[in-house]
Design a binder for this molecule. Structure first.
Ligand SMILES: Cc1ncc(C[n+]2csc(CCOP(=O)(O)OP(=O)(O)O)c2C)c(N)n1
Length: 322
């Protein structure tokens, strides 16, 4: 199915929103406006905007620490995302979680624990529940290539393959897991090859090409919704900054970084849309201004929200006794 111009404009809005929010969050952290750390995904926008654009609110995504763009595209209002980073009362978790553990139930975003890859098992469980309930919801589980060395990731894919669950497994292969290079974590070049062992299709694509990430994800989502089972999509990409904002990333070369910056997914997508006449300079400027206003409003909301009262520490942590 060809991607419509409206879809392309929607993807363009989210690609820019995600980029601008991410860069702003880096600055806010460096200014000391919130604490802990911040995991930027600048450079990886197409790997999350493509899969999440157009998902239904009752579809579920499982994320790690770096999927800010998935959360935004799936529909978490950025004022709540900011309130979460700032650990304020009005954040969905009422200021309890790690800064980058985003979650928002109304949009089907499950708050991650710190254990990487664990979200894959949880959303696979959601898919099993839907199969039993005869619903056509889908799940997308995001991991980095580093997390695929983790046993639970394999268990989840195996289980999803056996039961033909409505899961899309996305691997964002950004070549580094903290300071560990891919060659020391994974013995294959293309992680999509692993899908064969679980009995479903796997593809490797250019993770910096927005149209490709969207089209490939759409195909996998349609397949999952009609009950034909999972797909594994490996997206080759790169993170521009350190593992988090407290990591100077001295383990990699400047040449590697520069080579990947030339493949920046956001202007690359913009060029295609301009060439096709789908957007023009005026459209670009009004989109960026709208985004700027949304971000300012979100930061103001977060900073005005009070810190949680210490007495609320145990609220929502344990279920009430019946
Ligand atoms: C089970 C587990 N092992 C180790 C860690 C520490 N840790 C946090 S992020 C990370 C690297 C993750 O790399 P990858 O999955 O490639 O994602 P990326 O950070 O590149 O997005 C590690 C090792 C953890 N949180 N959980």
């Amino acid at each position: 199915m060809p991607v419509s111009n409206d879809e392309l404009r929607g993807l363009y809005y989210y690609a820019n929103l995600v980029r601008q929010v991410d860069e702003r969050c880096r600055r806010l952290f460096k200014q000391g406006r919130f604490h802990g750390t911040y995991f930027s995904a600048v450079g990886q926008e197409a790997t999350v905007v493509g899969p999440c654009y157009g998902l239904r609110p009752d579809d579920v995504i499982g994320i790690q620490h770096r999927e800010i763009g998935a959360v935004i595209t799936k529909g978490m209002p950025i004022r709540y995302l900011m309130a979460q980073l700032f650990a304020r009362q009005d954040s969905p978790d009422k200021g309890k979680s790690h800064p980058c553990h985003y979650g928002w139930k109304p949009a089907g975003i499950i708050t991650p624990a710190s254990t990487i890859a664990a979200q894959t098992v949880i959303v696979t469980g959601c898919a099993l529940a839907w199969k039993i309930q005869k619903k056509d919801n889908v799940t997308i589980a995001f991991v980095g290539e580093g997390a695929t060395s983790n046993g639970v990731w394999h268990e989840a894919l195996n289980f999803a393959g056996v039961h033909k669950l409505a899961c899309v497994f996305v691997v964002q292969d950004n070549l580094w897991a903290e300071s560990v290079p891919k060659r020391l974590g994974v013995p294959v070049d293309n992680l999509s090859e692993r899908a064969r062992a679980y009995g479903f299709p796997g593809v490797t694509i250019d993770g910096n090409d927005m149209i490709q990430t969207y089209e490939t994800s759409q195909e996998a989502i349609r397949r999952a919704r009609r009950g034909d089972g999972p797909t594994l999509i490996e997206m080759k990409t790169y993170r521009w900054y350190g593992h988090s904002e407290i990591d100077p990333a001295n383990y990699r070369t400047q040449e590697e970084l520069e080579a990947w910056k030339k493949k920046d997914p956001v202007p690359r997508f913009e060029r295609v849309l301009m060439e096709r006449g789908i957007i023009d300079e005026a459209y670009k400027q009004s989109t960026l201004q709208k985004i700027e206003r949304e971000i300012e409003e979100a930061i103001e909301f977060a900073e005005k929200s009070p810190h949680p009262d210490p007495s609320s520490l145990m609220e929502d942590v344990y279920a009430p006794l019946a």
